[in-house]
Ligand binder design. Structure first.
Ligand code: FAD
Length: 281
């Protein structure tokens, strides 16, 4: 399968054996798109540490590179060093480096890292170029940021600390992406900024999740999806059209790659890819 731009796919570590089998099936089905890598998220405060490690090492042994997400807030240097050594020994060569968020019960527990830029600096200092480093970007501003400008300044500092590439929070407003990229370039930073794409399969979940992570669902889109009521097939058809158009416009706007939040399913992402111009089965 040829995709018009390189792609990567994100998974979360499943909690059950059934979930794990489903993830492996989705992985094998998504491999057909020849992704650059698969990434596996890391639960807040390290809550999924074992599952993330096991999943990423298993996926990495299946022919396509796998990259663990690693959040640093609340962790000390020795723990992060040990984890990175474990990944290095397993042949992992890419890390998604994040600050993360502490679960509410763990607030105020300290740790050696305050921001993702501290983690990037640490990885570079201790492991030089062993890992290609991905960081997070927020075209619609990180929800805790004081201002858009400050958030872009912090992002650029994180990039300049040694990140190789960035993956964005998902968004449905292409102007937010274009504006963010141009503000980063204005600060003399040429890091690749890869749009994170969230397929639309369930409006209620999407709306709840978007409110929590600060991703805006434009009014026109919200109304079109809401008007479908419980008609899941219609939501998915309309959602597919929205996201295909978004990806198409992003490619025209110069997005270097696309990163899909697969939610451990292959069908929604493959349906989007199949409709992109330049796609070949
Ligand atoms: P940072 O880059 O540190 O930024 C966080 C906030 O701090 C921003 O408001 C920024 O402006 C501010 N800031 C940064 N540097 C400074 C500074 N020097 N001084 C003052 N303020 C500063 N979460 C998980 O728990 N697990 C995951 O696997 C995971 N994967 C993700 C993948 C992607 C692609 C994205 C976009 C997000 C992911 N998240 C994940 C969510 C992420 O952990 C949260 O959004 C978290 O709140 C911020 O992490 P960050 O790495 O962007 O932090």
């Amino acid at each position: 399968m040829n995709t018009p731009v390189p792609v990567s796919f994100e998974f979360f570590p499943p909690k059950t054996d059934i979930g794990y089998d489903k993830l492996l099936t989705a992985h094998d089905e998504l491999k057909i798109a020849q992704p650059e890598f698969f990434s596996v998220t890391y639960g807040a405060g390290g809550s999924t540490q074992e599952r993330t490690i096991n999943t990423v090492i298993e996926l990495n042994s299946r022919g396509v590179p796998a990259a663990p997400h690693l959040s640093c807030i609340g962790s000390n240097r020795a723990t992060v060093q040990a984890l990175l050594e474990q990944y290095q020994a397993a042949g992992i060569n890419r890390i998604v480096a994040l600050r993360g968020d502490l679960p509410s019960g763990m607030r105020g527990t300290g740790g050696d890292f305050n921001h993702a830029s501290d983690l990037v600096t640490f990885i570079k200092a201790e492991f030089a170029d062993t890992f290609s480093i991905e960081v997070a970007a927020y075209p619609e501003m990180h929800p805790q940021a004081n201002s858009f400008d400050q958030d872009v300044d912090h992002f650029v500092a994180k990039a300049k600390a040694g990140a190789d590439s960035a993956i964005t929070q998902y968004f449905y407003n292409i102007n937010a992406y274009k504006h963010f990229v141009s503000e980063v370039r204005r600060r003399d930073c040429d890091i690749a900024i890869v749009p994170g794409i969230m397929p639309i399969t369930n409006f209620t979940n999407l709306a709840r999740f978007s409110d929590a992570c600060g991703a805006d669902i434009p009014r026109w889109m919200r109304q079109a999806l809401q008007s479908c009521g419980d008609d899941v097939t219609r939501i998915q058809r309309i959602g597919l059209n929205f996201v295909v158009d978004l990806c198409q416009e992003l490619i025209v706007a110069g997005a270097p790659k696309l990163h899909f939040y697969s939610m451990n399913q292959s069908a929604p992402t493959l349906a989007i890819l199949a409709q992109l111009e330049g796609f070949k089965a």
